[in-house]
Structure formats: C-alpha cells, structure tokens
Design a protein around this ligand. Structure first.
Ligand code: ADP
Ligand code: MG
Length: 384
C-alpha cells in the first residue's frame, strides 16, 4: 500500500507550496468496490462492499473569515466560496461537491469554520469506484476537523447521499457513502440499506480482490438506472409490499405469476441477489472462498440475464476472469452498462492473473483495460 503513504506526502507537499505554510489537518476517505449485492441498495436490500486502498486526501488549515479556498491537484484548478452564501453554481464542477457538503452540514445546524486546502486522490474518476463519495466523505471530515464537531460515519453518509441526490442531482443509493465512511481494514461490510446496520466480514485469508475496468463508459447509464428503479418500485407495488426487500425468495416463487414477464425478471434479480448477498457474508465468515466465488458468478448471470444491466465488454471480461487458474468467481460491479468487474482470486495467482486477463481482454475487444488489485481498508479518517 505504498501509494497511500505517498499520497499523504503529496497532498502535504502541495499545500506547503501553495499556501507557504504547514497544513494542520489531513484527512482521507476511500473509494470502494462492491463484492456482491448489486442494484439492491435502492430496494432497501443488502450490499457487501469493501473500502479500497485508493482514496481522496485533503490537507487543510482553518481560516477565520468564513471562506473556503480549495485547490484540486488533480484538475489543477482552484475555487472558493463563502460559508455565508452557499448557493448552487451553474456548472457541475468538482467544487460543487464541496459546496454541497458545506450547505448540507449548514442545514444540519453545524456551525462551520472556513479553511484553505488541497484535494488530491487516486480513485480513478468515473470508473465506478466512487471517487465522488470518497471526495464528499473526505470533505465532511475536513469540515468536522476544522469546525471541531464530532464526526460519525452513518449520519455523514446519509448527509452526503442527500448532496449527491439533491445538490448534484445524481440518483444514487446509500452504499458508496456508507462504505467510504464506515469501512474497516481487512473486512468487507455487510450493509442493511434499510436499517443501515453494518456487519464487518473478513475477506478470506490468502485471497485478493481484483477490479477489472472495461474502459467502457456509456452515456445512457443514468436513464437506464432510473428505469430499473421504477421497474423495481412497480414490481413491489404489484406484490403488495413497500420495497422488493420485503419479499423473500419463497414468497416470490408463490406470487411471481402476478408480474408481467419483464417485471418478474427484474424482481427475481433483486430478490435472489439479496439472498446471495446474505449467503456471501456467511461464506466469508466461514472463510469459504469457493462458496463466495460461486455466489459472485451467479450474481453476474442474474445481472446479465434478469436485470439486463451488463454489456458485451463486461460479459467478456467476466468470462475471461472466471476461467483463470485461481479465480474463485467474478462479476460486474456497480451500476453496469460498462465500468468495472470484480474478481476474487487466490493470492498466489495475482501476477499471473492480472497479466493474462489484461492480454486476453485486449485481444478480445481491442481495448486496453485497467486492472487494480485492491486491499480492504478503513473508512474515512483524520490522519493528521
Ligand atoms: P465516480 O464513479 O468516480 O464516483 P462520478 O462522476 O460520480 O464518478 O464522480 C466524479 C466526480 O467527482 C469528478 O468529476 C469530480 O467532480 C469529483 N471528484 C472525484 N475525485 C476527485 C478528486 N480527486 N479531486 C476533485 N474532484 C474529484
Ligand atoms: Mg459517483
């Protein structure tokens, strides 16, 4: 995890150069990868993500004049706003995430202190590892440290979800914010998206989690995502429940004739995925990598066939991964239609695996993928 240490050094160095002073506070918040439990969060269901050793870092120093000056080292762009005048700008720039967090904290009744700071990160942006949640959770930490209020993971996750949904106008569930805030080293987190209860479950010994970025970015993701959400709500209504979370597999099998064929498929994915996610947590507690991998494979098939959110490149990458030596299982992760897949592999196969899948994916698609070996880390923390 060498890059973690160096990012802290980098952000501190950058602060010193820009502001000609030492930062008094450094915070970080991680990106995430979801092991299983896809398109379940907005159905009040279960998800099983882990925080990864890639994150967003902020080095800062409080100011007395109620202003926030912030420089993004990744965009090479600076911005400022006053805490007395928190209004949404016209451009959806990175600064809006920061202003949105300030506005939400202000609405919560927090008394905020301004600061000047530098932001940098190594969560690939827009790949589906949730750099946006990492940024916003890091910013809640920055304000908590500068303004001296107590930071708590789950309330901050809820607040940041409101920022994404309302300030930025991006419809997301609560998973990304919850794991970035509450992750724990060595573990994935089983999250009940209704109660927001979390249970840490250890990644099996001698396994590695590898993220496979197809490099495909589809413009239609938002409309398809909203369409799936509506289909799920409609299916729940037909089944007479508030959310698909309220239907177990047994009840679904009894009542599925009530649903149109398409709605039946959509509901079957969500309901079976909830079961798989709970079973995956049990498999992890038993150190059963084979069982966990089989559930991941089944999750992919369900997302591809019943929920119809995969794409050719994801299917190709998953299939390549699944037939490698030492691969327990693989599936698409995130909203779909492109983005990343995730594979669970035996630790001794890391080098061989990454080399082979990179070459095979490139040969099959003509696209050069990014492949990241990820380690489960803690959620957001103040590191200085
Ligand atoms: P992702 O899947 O990575 O969350 P999003 O489109 O939701 O993709 O969020 C990406 C946006 O988050 C960026 O365009 C930028 O505005 C903001 N962001 C993420 N990481 C950083 C960073 N290191 N510095 C500044 N802004 C960032
Ligand atoms: Mg995002």
């Amino acid at each position: 995890m060498a890059n973690v240490t160096s990012l802290k050094e980098q952000v501190v160095e950058r602060f010193k150069r820009l502001f000609d002073d030492e930062p008094t506070i450094v915070v970080r918040a991680p990106g995430r990868v979801n092991l299983i439990g896809e398109h379940t969060d907005y159905n009040d269901g279960f998800v099983l993500p882990m925080a990864i050793d890639r994150g967003v870092w902020v080095a800062l120093q409080p100011r007395e004049d109620g202003k926030v000056f912030v420089y993004s080292a990744d965009f090479e762009d600076g911005g400022e706003f006053s805490l007395n005048k928190l209004e949404k700008g016209t451009a959806d720039s990175w600064l809006e995430y920061i202003k949105g967090v300030a506005a939400a904290l202000h609405d919560e009744g927090k008394s905020l202190t301004g600061w000047e700071g530098v932001v940098t990160g190594n969560v690939p942006i827009g790949s589906g590892l949730s750099s946006s949640a990492a940024l916003q959770i890091a910013i809640t930490q920055a304000f908590a440290a500068a303004s001296d209020f107590t930071w708590e993971g789950t309330p901050m996750a809820k607040l940041v979800q409101r920022v994404e949904n309302q300030w930025m106008g991006v419809q997301t569930g609560i998973m990304d914010q919850m794991i970035s805030a509450n992750g724990s080293a060595g573990n994935a987190l089983l999250i009940d998206c209704r109660s927001l209860e979390t249970t840490a479950v250890p990644l099996p010994e001698r396994t590695a989690v590898v993220v496979l970025d197809t490099m495909v970015r589809r413009g239609l993701v938002d409309s398809k995502y909203n369409e799936r959400r509506e289909q799920c709500e409609a299916a729940a209504a037909v089944m007479g429940v508030e959310m698909l979370r309220d239907v177990d597999l047994y009840t679904f099998l009894q009542k599925q004739h009530l649903l149109e064929p398409l709605a039946r498929q959509r509901a079957r994915h969500v309901i079976s995925e909830n079961e798989r996610t709970l079973l995956a947590a049990i498999a992890m507690q038993r150190e059963d990598s084979v069982g966990l991998g089989a559930l991941m494979n089944a999750s992919h098939a369900s997302l591809r066939d019943d929920f119809a959110v995969s794409c050719d490149e994801l299917d190709i990458f998953v299939e390549i991964a699944q037939r490698q030596a030492g691969c327990f299982g693989a599936r698409m992760t995130g909203a779909g239609f492109g983005g990343c897949a995730v594979a669970l592999i035996s630790a001794e196969n890391i080098t061989q695996f990454t080399t082979t899948v990179t070459a095979e994916y490139q040969a099959a698609t003509g696209k050069k993928p990014n492949v990241y070996v990820c380690f489960p880390t803690n959620g957001a923390e103040r590191v200085m």
